[in-house]
Design a protein around this ligand. Structure first.
Ligand code: PGA
Length: 255
């Protein structure tokens, strides 16, 4: 963590929580986060719960994010949701390129190249997810993979907007597995990601928030959040309970 960048803790609920469950969770979370200065908090929720969550978090430090979107504003794309549809209801941002979207729904680097600037154009904060598989990790192929993902995902973002994109480094072998990257690994790779942005624009790279994701829990968050190039976390499983997410937010405030 670096004092220039405000840490961001984003809870990614994935396909969990009805509107009623989402409301109950938020009522439990809000009092726990009201006093944690200096940390931004995001909840990435299913589409159906977005409007209710936006309404019940207004004026709080919690911002509401979608988990995906289409690159176009409108068109014949059955089942899809566009950036203007999200910003119309005051959604704050959107997760793009999560490894589950890439693996199960064929989301490509090419599609993300259009989605990241489309989100920015609609006033949404994109969280661009990147990460290597276990096999790529074992083969020493991590840097090549991430370089390609960053080149594509940020390829059509103007230099002066690079720092508005949050990048989440999520090693796929660490997602939902309980196998968290070591602090040394997380620092190495998040520093590498920042250097890739610096190749485009060094000043923007200092603004860019690089999150770590993959089995972040309250007991490993303190070590991860104190690393110089880790500016927060994208949290899956541990975000489903308000208490555990609040503990991770506290760790980021302390880091
Ligand atoms: P996890 O998921 O925290 O359950 O590993 C992280 C993610 O998929 O964003």
């Amino acid at each position: 963590m670096n004092s220039q960048r405000i840490p961001l803790i984003a809870g990614n609920w994935k396909m969990h929580k009805t509107i009623a469950e989402a409301e109950a969770y938020i009522q439990a979370l809000l009092p726990k986060v009201s006093s944690c200065e200096g940390v931004e908090v995001a909840i990435c929720a299913p589409f159906t719960a977005l409007q209710a969550l936006v309404d019940s978090t207004r004026g709080s430090r919690v911002e509401i994010f979608a988990q995906t979107m289409h690159a176009g504003d409108s068109g014949p794309f059955t089942g899809e949701i566009s950036a203007p549809m999200l910003s119309e209801i005051d959604v704050f941002g959107v997760v793009l390129g999560h490894s589950e979207r890439r693996e199960f729904y064929g989301e490509s680097d090419h599609a993300l190249r259009a989605k990241v600037p489309a989100a920015l154009a609609a006033g949404l904060m994109p969280i661009l997810c990147i990460g290597e598989t276990e096999a790529e990790h074992g083969d020493g192929d991590t840097q090549r993979k991430l370089r390609h993902q960053i080149q594509e995902g940020l390829g059509d973002v103007a230099d002066e907007q690079l720092g508005d994109v949050v990048i989440a480094y999520e090693p796929i072998w660490a997602i939902g597995t309980g196998k968290v990257a070591t602090p040394d690994q997380a620092q190495d790779i998040c520093g590498f990601v920042r250097a890739l942005v610096a190749d485009r624009d060094p000043q923007q790279a200092e603004r860019t928030r690089v999150l770590y994701g993959g089995s972040v829990k309250p007991d490993n968050a303190v070590a991860l959040m104190s690393l110089p190039d880790v500016d927060g976390a994208l949290v899956g499983g541990a975000s489903l309970e308000a208490d555990t997410l609040a503990a991770i937010i506290d760790a980021a405030g302390a880091g």
